[in-house]
Design a protein around this ligand. Structure first.
Ligand code: ZN
Length: 241
């Protein structure tokens, strides 16, 4: 009886399989197949990962840094892509990095300074878009390996005067991809060199290493332990962890 049922259903199963396998891949499937980097790309997978290790949760930086200024430029047109690439101005990091950034902020506050956050966790989708726009892996991470931003372990930021909220003078604007952005560039006013040094030193003392080509970009220690993530900010929120 069972055999007969399967026999009857077999052509139907084959037809469905054929239809599914011939369907064109979604944009997400297409770039995942193209670059082959493993990513966490479903809310279910993310929940499972956090259940195994709570440090994997990407937490909202606004809750951890209530005094910081947030200007998430990739949610605006004021970025090198010329259009918003984020669905909303989200700013998330893995929990240990957010806690470390709290300590950075506390140390800076004693000197009258604060933080302005430009970018933190970045969905892998956006790293693919950046790379395909510039086709250069100096300033845009290769999608074959992904960015530390995709792991919730990198943050782009600068210093502000706590009293006024104004940015301190730094070598370049954010995402100004020139030799002046390199951390060894020294033909700068003394105050700018001091500000850059203060940022790099304070971040380093809490586990963040500056990226040599971009004075504003910092990677959190142990980033290798965190996987590449391809969830939108709204999906992180919908996980309700
Ligand atoms: Zn960065």
């Amino acid at each position: 009886m069972i055999t007969l049922k399967f026999h009857v259903l077999q052509p139907l199963v084959a037809a469905v399989f054929l239809a599914v396998s011939c369907a064109p891949p979604s944009p997400k499937e297409a770039y995942q197949q193209k670059y082959g980097a493993p990513t966490v790309s479903t809310v279910e997978e993310y929940r499972r990962q956090v259940a195994q290790n709570p440090d994997r949760e990407l937490v909202d930086l606004r809750a951890y840094l209530p005094d910081a200024v947030f200007d998430v430029v990739y949610a605006t047109s004021r970025n090198f892509m010329g259009e918003p690439v984020y669905t909303s101005p989200g700013a998330y990091l893995c929990r240990p990095a957010a806690v470390a950034l709290q300590a950075v902020q506390a140390e800076l506050a004693e000197m009258g300074y604060g933080l302005k956050i430009w970018d933190a966790y970045r969905p892998y989708r956006v790293t693919v878009a950046f790379y395909e726009h510039v086709l250069d892996s100096t300033f845009a991470a290769s999608p074959y390996t992904g960015s530390k931003h995709n792991r919730g372990c990198a943050v782009d930021l600068t210093l502000i005067d706590k009293a006024t909220g104004e940015e301190l003078a730094m070598p370049t604007l954010f995402d100004e991809f020139t030799p002046k952005a390199h951390v060894d560039f020294s033909d700068l006013p003394a105050a700018v060199l001091q500000n850059r040094e203060l940022l790099i030193r304070t971040m380093a003392s809490h586990g963040f290493t500056v990226y040599a080509d971009e004075w504003w970009h910092f990677d959190f220690r142990d980033w290798e332990q965190y996987g590449l993530m391809d969830l939108e900010f709204e999906e992180l929120e919908s996980a309700e962890i």
